[in-house]
Design a protein around this ligand. Structure first.
Ligand code: C2E
Ligand code: MG
Ligand code: MG
Ligand code: MG
Length: 283
């Protein structure tokens, strides 16, 4: 009887997995045609603000995919799939070109020149021609490299610190800024972070979420802010949702913030309106 139950369980599980595999294959096919046809993919932009003045200091470009059926697929679903199959390399090229095109357009409109953060996946970063191709795309776009900040997750940075350090130095020599994303999850050693020439640390939102007046003394966010200061790096908190989190982060010296408390990721046109509304009233 026990064996039978076990088999049933296994059959059920296996059937579910097959369905999931089919869904993944279908999703990837649809993603490929969205990319090839230039339909359904969009970049949204989430403001990053100074902790004291709430002035806009930059924004992060975040990819969005809405299928022809109208169904939105989260990047947490399709980016890992695209990473697994290598399609992320083409998606990454599209993201960089699209962000550069948008910056050129904002410049033409006279929008103040804030910095734009671009997420770079592990699979992109590992491509031997990543730096050369990135340089070419930016050069072709006419965008000043200093307008862009590449975000690389902590896990990627720690995979192979020696070659990552080399690539980061090349990217910085081009004039790009580099940030370590989702920091705090990967248990980096102090020494390895010190050897990597990052400009900024992005505190993962999990550590912002656990920040309270009771935990402030010994929580990870506090330690990361101290670490950033001791290394002379800029630091930004991700996923700031409440006034209390913002106040605690400001008090501990976290200079910049990003989160739903300030603004959600939005289309370029909405961001233009947001900037116009949030700008200090003209004298
Ligand atoms: P990430 O780079 O850590 O981006 C921050 C994520 O946190 C975004 O999710 C953003 O919408 C979300 N977020 C921002 N503020 C808050 C908040 O206050 N509360 C909560 N709960 N969430 C907040 P999103 O847009 O769904 O992106 C998820 C992940 O997908 C990103 O994490 C990044 O790893 C990846 N991703 C997004 N766009 C790209 C892209 O263009 N290229 C690559 N390679 N990966 C991307
Ligand atoms: Mg990011
Ligand atoms: Mg992040
Ligand atoms: Mg993330």
């Amino acid at each position: 009887h026990a064996k039978q139950a076990g088999n049933q369980h296994w059959r059920f599980f296996s059937g579910e997995m097959e369905a999931t595999t089919q869904n993944r294959v279908r999703l990837l096919t649809e993603l490929r045609s969205a990319l090839n046809q230039g339909k359904g993919l969009e970049l949204h932009y989430q403001p990053q603000v100074a902790s004291d003045s709430h002035a806009l200091v930059g924004c992060e470009a975040l990819i969005r995919w809405v299928k022809a059926s109208g169904e939105a697929i989260s990047p947490d679903v399709f980016i890992p799939l695209a990473e697994y199959t290598g399609m992320i390399v083409d998606i990454g090229d599209w993201v960089l070109r699209e962000a550069c095109r948008q910056i050129v357009r904002w410049d033409a409109l006279g929008v103040p020149g804030f910095r734009v953060g671009i997420n770079i996946s592990a699979a992109q970063f590992r491509e031997p021609d990543f730096v050369a191709k990135t340089a070419r795309i930016i050069l072709e776009s006419g965008v000043a490299p200093s307008r862009l900040e590449l975000e690389i997750t902590e896990s990627v940075a720690m995979e192979d610190p020696v070659s990552v350090a080399h690539q980061l130095r090349e990217l910085k020599a081009l004039g790009l800024r580099v940030a370590v994303d989702d920091f705090g999850c990967g248990f980096s050693s102090l020494g390895s972070l010190n050897r990597l020439p990052f400009d900024r640390i992005k505190i993962d939102r999990a550590f912002v979420a656990e920040l309270t007046p009771e935990t402030r003394e010994d929580c990870i966010a506090t330690m990361i802010v101290k670490l950033a200061k001791s290394l002379g790096l800029d630091v930004i908190a991700e996923g700031v949702e409440t006034d209390q989190q913002a106040r605690l982060l400001d008090e501990m010296g976290c200079g910049e913030m990003q989160g739903f408390l300030y603004a959600r990721p939005m289309r370029a046109g909405e961001l233009e309106k947001w900037i116009a509304c949030s700008a200090p009233a003209s004298q």
